[in-house]
Every structure is written in C-alpha cells, then in structure tokens.
Design a protein around this ligand. Structure first.
Ligand SMILES: Cc1cc2nc3c(=O)[nH]c(=O)nc-3n(C[C@H](O)[C@H](O)[C@H](O)COP(=O)(O)OP(=O)(O)OC[C@H]3O[C@@H](n4cnc5c(N)ncnc54)[C@H](O)[C@@H]3O)c2cc1C
Length: 357
C-alpha cells in the first residue's frame, strides 16, 4: 500500500523574528505552515537567558520606534503588556575611553525578556523545536527539507519534511550551508547561493555579569537611578553596555550586559578559554565605566558568530522569478535590525502567498 506523503503548504526554517513574521502572516492567510528551529527556545537573536528567576537579554537589547509604522508590533505589544518603555540615561564612549552624555528616543523592552516578543508572535503556530534543517532538495511539486533531531524532545519528528514552498529565515551563512547541496544540482539555486555569499556579518561576544542589589550599580556621571546604557562605534573592545536589570519590574539583583566590538570578537571568538575572554571584556568595561563592574558575583558568556549585519544583500528578500516557491529572509536582506527582519519576513510571506495561489 502506498503511504500518502503528508505535505505542508509552507515550511519556515528559523524561528527568529523574520521567520515567525512570515509564518504568522501565511497562517493568517489560510496556509498550513510548519516552523522548524534548531534551538529549544524561540526568537533567535531576540534572546533571553534565564538564570534562576532572573531574565537577561543577551541578544537584541531594545526596539526603537519603527520608520515604517505599518509594520511595527510596538503598539500591540505595549497594549498586551509584553513591552514597556525603557528610558535609561545614555552615554557615548569614545575610542580614548572618554564618556559623554547623549540623548536617545524612547526605547521599548520586554520586562520578561526580549524573547517574549517572539513567544507572542509564535502563539498558535506549529513549531518543531530542536530540529536542525541540514539540506534542501527541489522536487517537481515543492521542496524536501532534510533535518535532524537535536534532543530527545524532537526524536519523534521526521527526518524529512515536504512542502509546496519554503521560507529560509536563517543568517546568510547558515542559509548558504543549507542550499549548498541543491546548488550543485541546479544553476538557479547556485545563483541564489552566490548572492547569499555577498552578505557579511560581524561577530560579537557578550558578557552577562551579576552583582548584589546593594552593590553600587550606577556610573559616576549618572544623574538618576533609572539605569544606564553606553554605546560606542569606535572603542577597540566595547560596542555596548547597560544595566540590563533596569528593564525588569522587580529585579532581585543588578545585571550588566556587555557586547564586545566586532574587532575584539573576531580576535577572541575561537579561544577555548572563554571564561578568560569574558574577564578581559569585563576588565575593559570596568576601566572605561566603573571599577565595580570588574568584580561580579557571577558571569556568563555568549558567542554570536553571526551577530550584526555588516554588508546586507541590498534587497528585501532573497528570491528568484524561476523559483517562486523559495524565499530567503532575515535582517541581512536590507535592514540590519529587528525592523529590517520583520520587513523582510513580511515581504517573504507576500511572495510565497502569491506563488501558492
Ligand atoms: C548582541 C545583539 C544585540 C542586538 N541588539 C539589537 C537591538 O537592540 N535592536 C534591534 O532592532 N536589533 C538588535 N539586534 C539585531 C536583531 O537581534 C536581529 O536583527 C534580529 O533578531 C534578526 O532576526 P532574524 O529572524 O533575521 O534572524 P535570527 O534571529 O538569527 O533567527 C534565525 C533562527 O534560525 C535558527 N536556525 C539557524 N540555523 C538553523 C538550521 N539549520 N535549522 C533550523 N533552524 C536554524 C536559529 O536558531 C534562529 O532561531 C541585535 C543582535 C545581537 C546579536
């Protein structure tokens, strides 16, 4: 007896904000959508680590008001209580270590952690977590997505899924690895791969450092106790640092998050003594900002191999008129941040819906 193949309308690979945006819109339009992600959590670089009862944003820091308000999830997320305004004192750090006060527009953060934004968008979607896509194959009627279960939670998932259309919502280098096999058999896919290879990302190393609440958590030039954030485009070691615990409603400890400069990350990302890398980053932060930052009670480190987009694709999505049921999307297309990722996911959904009609 022939076994009937259960075919999805669309498989979205990647449950970051771009993939979830595409999946949400396609499902709302009536398509049968399955999302797969290699991680256990949702949101990709909209990432929150939980240490005990403390939430720490070690990826995306905040949302800014969107240039294109029609795409902005901020009003509805404020209404549902997922987001709240965050108004830290802001400072610019120069290459020579000097610090000066700056002003910034209102920022928006999630008291429960930035991954709450992804969780809100994922509600009602079918998602295979801990399932890593390994290869795509073009079929006469769609695509085959091969993958592997990464934990006991996902062992009951199939090793191959078929779909009429596919959205690849991964950082460009990871999307390229997925297309590699298919590109060797198909010139149109090879041309997509060549476009993907023009995209460049910058790495980042992130330190999350905890301090007791009664330890001073302010900076000497700070005027209020509402929290602070420091940004730099030129410092050799630091890109950004902030009092992450000032985003929470009832913090139990003070938490500082520090993101390294791209140069520091490029030089240190493959070191095996990650703990020492974190200490070096924290020591540089303490030297520039405040001595107490050098003596945390606990510390965690995260490596972002594909952290920030340096060279985008220059188009809202990766697509080809001869492969209408394939779209690549993400912040690397046009935008470099959450707004860009949402705009790209939105465009991907429109193109796939048109192809499936
Ligand atoms: C440290 C840091 C701070 C940032 N701060 C801000 C900020 O303050 N404001 C802002 O707007 N933006 C910020 N950004 C950028 C923002 O986080 C990204 O632009 C946005 O989250 C990208 O979303 P995405 O969906 O394109 O990709 P991602 O979030 O990278 O999602 C890709 C998903 O694909 C999954 N995946 C990868 N490979 C596979 C595979 N083979 N199979 C299945 N799943 C796979 C990953 O697990 C991930 O969930 C920051 C980024 C970093 C790293």
């Amino acid at each position: 007896m022939w076994q009937e193949i259960d075919m999805e309308d669309v498989v979205v690979i990647g449950a970051g904000i771009s993939g979830l945006t595409a999946a949400h819109k396609l499902q709302k339009s009536g398509y049968r959508v399955l999302v797969v992600d290699k991680s256990r959590g949702l949101g990709g670089r909209l990432a929150t680590r939980r240490v005990g009862s403390t939430a720490i944003d070690h990826g995306c820091r905040y949302l800014k008001p969107f240039a294109d308000s029609a795409l902005s999830p901020i009003p509805s997320l404020l209404q549902s209580g997922v987001l709240q305004p965050w108004r830290p004192e802001t400072f610019a750090l120069e290459a020579d270590g000097s610090l000066s006060a700056t002003s910034t527009e209102t920022l928006y953060t999630a008291p429960k952690g930035m991954s709450a934004i992804a969780k809100a968008l994922a509600s009602g979607l079918s998602i295979h977590r801990h399932w890593r896509a390994t290869a795509l194959t073009r079929l006469p009627h769609g695509w085959q997505i091969e993958g592997e279960a990464l934990s006991a939670d996902s062992f009951n998932q199939p090793s191959s899924i078929e779909a009429r259309a596919v959205v690849v919502a991964l950082p460009a280098a990871q999307a390229a690895a997925l297309l590699d096999k298919a590109a060797r058999q198909n010139g149109d896919i090879e041309r997509l791969l060549e476009q993907l290879q023009t995209v460049e990302f910058e790495p980042a190393i992130t330190v999350m450092a905890g301090f007791s609440l009664n330890q001073s958590a302010s900076l000497s030039i700070q005027k209020t106790s509402d929290g602070w954030m420091v940004a730099s485009d030129t410092h050799p070691v630091l890109r950004w640092a902030a009092l992450d615990s000032s985003k929470r409603t009832d913090p139990q400890e003070s938490v500082v998050v520090v993101h390294s400069s791209p140069a520091f990350a490029a030089n240190n990302i493959d070191r095996s003594d990650l703990e020492s890398v974190g200490q070096e980053l924290l020591a540089a932060t303490a030297e520039s900002l405040a001595a107490w930052i050098g003596s945390p009670t606990c510390m965690q480190i995260h490596r972002w191999r594909y952290g920030f987009v340096r060279q985008p694709l220059g188009a809202s999505v990766l697509s080809s008129p001869v492969l209408p049921n394939f779209v690549g999307c993400g912040d690397w297309c046009l935008g470099k941040n959450v707004e860009g990722a949402i705009a790209s996911g939105d465009r991907a959904a429109k193109l796939i819906a048109a192809a499936l009609k």
